[in-house]
Design a protein around this ligand. Structure first.
Ligand code: SAH
Ligand code: SF4
Ligand code: F3S
Length: 445
């Protein structure tokens, strides 16, 4: 008998390694880039990859410089596999453009945050051996060009960009230049993407924007603010939790404050950066609000939601910051009491107005940062310790390090671990019994 033999057919899926730096929006963008590159599967290591993409951040000098040392490490991989394509995406790509390829000739593709839907064309160009660069701010909506989220194999939480860019031009910040002008996605698109995520098992969505509370999405002839969008999203039955980040104090409108009190699915956590507690410095930063206005705003939000956990961002050592200015920041922190915070030493960024000004002595700035972080750490620990004894809901996300352990997040964004039978994606009641260095421990009720 003659048996036909078939040649072994192997579907050639190329391997894509993406490394993500910077903010949550970059995490979201990395997912979308992976989705844009059909024919690639994402892998967890650069070894053996056919394409390496660095999704970069330009916010501070250290963040940007890290990219070049990382790129240098890929020299050996490129020598071993000349077909390997190396791409730089994100805010360094936008800010430095062609300069990236000049500084590091290993780079084949440079693509900005507003043009990454064109990655397939750029990849084809790179495959022909040409350098491919796109840092346009195109007319078309990049999200329009991308499909829904078929590749997304995800846990129960997801990010969803609803607004992008910034028109605030704080004197220290590169974001208005790297992300461009403020743009909101239309309501229908946001709702469709949310429904799609929820149908894939997502139970918590964090709405993203550089100025997310400035959201003004079109719905036919109407314009929706963020609060209305949140209330509409809350009608999706299987969506259990909603968060948003990052907000600017000046865009914290009344209905958004009210929503913190009456929208049950909106979690009791708010990231509301203030940067400094000195009016003199706030003015030089072009923040367009005073310390007292910020404190009053926090009071109003806490009237709506007394258990709100507040998070902030601080910059120390901004040009011309005196010890007195710094003490005003410390006093603001004492007055507000933060449950979470991020603090940075000022980093001069090319092209921003503050870059022209005289810098604070780096040692003085480092000392202030240390004192400020000590205070913030004390407040964060106190907020976490205060959870002990409370009964709270936890959304479970993944198995923990120990056998039988599961880890999830509280509404206040604390990590919580328990031992017991609970599924990923489940929300369960937990009694908090201990407060560790980075997480809470509890028992299932
Ligand atoms: N509005 C955006 C800001 C993104 S940058 C958002 O809030 O998500 C995040 C934080 O980085 C800022 O709030 C600020 O505290 C810090 N930052 C921005 N530019 C900086 C600089 N030049 N030096 C030090 N820290 C900076
Ligand atoms: Fe940067 Fe200020 Fe815009 Fe935030 S609000 S992105 S800090 S310019
Ligand atoms: Fe960085 Fe760009 Fe985000 S500069 S913080 S990756 S918007």
């Amino acid at each position: 008998m003659h048996r036909a033999t078939f040649p072994q057919v192997r579907v050639m899926t190329k391997k894509l390694y993406i490394k993500t730096y910077g903010c949550q929006m970059n995490v979201y963008d990395s997912e979308r880039m992976a989705e844009a590159l059909d024919g690639y599967e994402q892998v967890n290591s650069p070894d053996g990859a056919d394409m390496i993409l660095l999704n970069t951040c330009h916010i501070r000098e250290k963040a940007a410089e890290k990219i070049y040392s990382e790129l240098g490490r890929y020299r050996g991989l490129k020598e071993a596999n000349p077909d390997l394509k190396i791409g730089v995406a994100g805010c360094v790509a936008q800010a430095e453009g062609e300069e990236v390829m000049r500084r590091q000739p290993l780079v084949d593709i440079v693509v900005g945050p507003q043009s990454y839907h064109r990655l397939p064309e750029l990849e084809a160009k790179a495959a022909r051996g040409e350098k491919a660069l796109d840092t346009d701010f195109p007319e078309e909506d990049k999200f329009e060009k991308l499909k829904t989220r078929p590749k997304a194999q995800r846990g129960p939480t997801a990010f969803l960009t609803v607004q992008e860019g910034c028109d605030k031009f704080c004197a220290f910040c590169v974001v208005p230049y790297t992300r461009g002008a403020e743009v909101s996605r239309p309501v229908a698109r946001v709702l469709a993407e949310a429904e799609d995520l929820v149908s894939r098992g997502v139970r918590e969505i964090t709405l993203l924007g550089q100025n997310v509370n400035a959201y003004h999405g079109a719905d036919g002839g109407e314009t929706w603010g963020l609060a209305r969008l949140i209330r509409r999203l809350a009608e999706i039955d299987e969506l259990k939790r909603i968060r948003f980040t990052t907000s600017h104090p000046n865009d914290m409108e009344d209905d958004l404050i009210t929503a913190h009190g009456d929208c049950e699915k909106l979690m009791p956590y708010l990231h509301l950066p203030v940067q400094s507690g000195s009016d003199r410095i706030l003015k030089r930063m072009a923040r367009k609000h005073t310390a007292a206005e910020y404190i009053r705003l926090i009071e109003r939000i806490r009237e709506a939601r007394p258990d709100l956990l507040l998070s902030g961002d601080f910059i120390v050592g901004f040009p011309e910051e005196t010890e007195e200015d710094f003490q005003a920041t410390m006093a603001l922190i004492e007055a507000v009491n933060y449950g979470q915070a991020y603090s940075f030493k000022y980093s001069s960024r090319p092209g921003t107005p503050a870059a022209e000004r005289a810098e604070v002595d780096p040692e003085v700035a480092a000392d202030r940062l240390q004192r400020l972080q000590a205070l913030l750490t004390r407040q964060q620990k106190a907020a976490q310790d205060a959870m002990v004894g409370r009964e709270i809901d936890v959304l479970f996300e993944k198995p923990g390090r120990l056998p039988g352990q599961m880890v999830g997040k509280s509404g206040y964004l604390h990590a919580v671990h328990v031992t017991g039978e609970v599924a990923v994606g489940q929300i369960s009641r937990v009694r908090i019994t201990e407060s560790g260095p980075n997480s809470l421990g509890g028992t299932l009720l």
